[in-house]
Write a protein that binds this ligand. Structure first.
Ligand SMILES: [Zn+2]
Length: 173
């Protein structure tokens, strides 16, 4: 992720400073220190009553046209459980219930290389699942896939692939 060049509070040009072995940006004007963090994201491993996994084909870059787990960036102050519910609803129209924890996976997003911290939950659908799912938001298509028929050769992010691999290992026990 690109660094600030000027302080967003007082517009003074920032300087680099070594702190705790890490190079951080500091403002010589107001003394603000700028910490960098991975961006938090939340998503869900949603299964139907046959144990099939819900995947979403991406309608936008990066990885446009490739499969992904439903999910996205958290809003400011949002709990990751609430973020996972919101993202799945936005992308699929489905209300889900969280049934377990799906793990945390580090990754980067797109050409910017922004570091992401990806939190996954296991979930089921609340109520009846419609025959035909309605892809919304930044999703082009939705599909249910059996654990042994997942389109992993046509899959987007590494963090999702690792979350699915661990989910399959748990499901096989
Ligand atoms: Zn400043």
């Amino acid at each position: 992720m690109q660094d600030f060049r000027y302080c967003p509070y007082c517009r003074t040009e920032l300087v680099a400073q070594l702190q705790e072995g890490l190079l951080r940006q500091r403002c010589p004007g107001c003394q603000e220190l700028f910490y960098k963090n991975s961006k938090p994201c939340a998503g869900a491993l949603v299964v139907d009553d046959q144990g099939r996994l819900l995947l979403a084909r991406r309608a936008i870059a990066p990885f446009k046209g490739q499969w992904d787990l439903p999910g996205g960036y958290l809003e400011d102050g949002e709990h990751p459980e609430a973020g996972a519910l919101r993202e799945v609803l936005e992308e699929t129209g489905l209300n889900i219930r969280i049934t377990g924890f799906g793990g945390i996976y580090m990754d980067t997003y797109g050409a910017s290389g922004v570091a992401t911290l990806n939190i996954f939950y296991e979930a089921t659908v609340l109520g009846a699942i419609p025959e035909k799912l309605d892809a919304k938001d930044d999703v082009a298509e939705l599909g249910w896939f059996a654990a042994d028929a997942l389109p992993l050769g046509d899959f987007s992010f590494e963090n999702g692939k690792r979350a699915i691999a661990d989910w399959r290992a748990r499901s096989a026990r």
